[in-house]
Design a protein around this ligand. Structure first.
Ligand SMILES: Nc1ncnc2c1ncn2[C@@H]1O[C@H](COP(=O)(O)OP(=O)(O)OP(=O)(O)O)[C@@H](O)[C@H]1O
Length: 247
């Protein structure tokens, strides 16, 4: 579904990504993690051509993303980001139906109702405006919008990053369920290693623009790469302290 073949990205004298080779099969749920500035967002945005590669090739469903029209490419990929980016003067229904409308789909009201149900929001939210939603509700709308045109590939960039832990956990669970129900291929950027380990079936760790670990969660936990150990140290210490308190 998504392939990176020896991709490097440079800006000025800086190397943002170096020799990334990666194949993400259909149906995978992959978390992309790493410290701040490691290149996670850059790697994700190569897939929908918000970033272009200097060398190498990125392919979505076998097609080189650099070859076609970027707008057409993006309409076929679900994309949700931190802060959601809903259009403030559009209702929730209009926001959710934006891509299906561009694609000329019909039956938009029914599709909006179905999507609100999928992300577990009341139907009457369709008539509201973004300012009338809580952060968690807006994140659900962002997810509904990303799924609206039934894209096979879903790109998520810290979609629930700004939310409280409980809302984040609930939405994370809903996301995993949706991923399975809709047979999606999901690539999710998260700086939260615990989130990555608990939700994804494969975790990729970036460090200074390079992949330093790529394994199932159990393999990541066992990795002795210093960058991976550094990422694990803090959630592990927190979990241990909480366990001590409960003991
Ligand atoms: N257009 C650009 N020109 C120059 N440098 C850039 C550009 N875009 C990103 N960078 C740099 O590339 C590096 C990787 O950025 P990126 O946003 O991919 O990291 P990230 O892992 O997603 O970080 P964070 O977790 O903090 O969001 C950073 O050091 C950033 O400052």
């Amino acid at each position: 579904m998504l392939e990176y073949a020896d991709v490097s990205v440079r800006r000025g004298t800086a190397t943002l990504l170096e020799n990334i080779t990666l194949a993400i099969p259909t149906g995978s749920f992959v978390a992309l993690t790493g410290s701040s500035g490691a290149g996670k967002t850059t790697l994700l945005r190569l897939a929908n051509r918000l970033v272009t590669a200097d060398t190498g090739e990125v392919r979505v469903a076998g097609k080189n993303v650099a070859a076609g029209d970027p707008a057409t490419l993006r309409r076929g990929i679900g994309y949700a980001i931190q802060g959601v980016g809903l259009f403030p003067h559009w209702t929730i229904a209009e926001n959710v139906a934006a891509v299906p409308r561009l694609l000329g789909h019909t039956g938009l009201a029914a599709r909006v109702a179905e999507l609100l149900e999928l992300v577990e929001l009341p139907r009457d939210f369709a008539a509201r405006y973004p300012r009338q939603l809580s952060g968690g509700q807006a994140s659900r709308v962002g997810l509904a919008r990303a799924l609206a045109a039934k894209p096979p590939l879903l790109l998520l960039d810290e979609p629930f990053g700004a939310l409280d832990p409980e809302t984040r956990a609930n939405l994370g669970d809903r996301l995993v369920a949706l991923h399975r129900e809709q047979n999606l291929t999901t690539l999710m950027v998260t700086h939260d290693l615990a989130d990555a380990l608990l939700r994804a079936d494969r975790v990729i760790v970036l460090d200074k623009g390079r992949i330093v670990a790529d394994a199932a969660p159990a393999g990541i936990v066992a990795s002795d790469h210093p960058a991976v150990r550094a990422l694990i140290a803090s959630p592990l210490a927190q979990a241990r302290r909480l366990a001590d308190l409960l003991a």
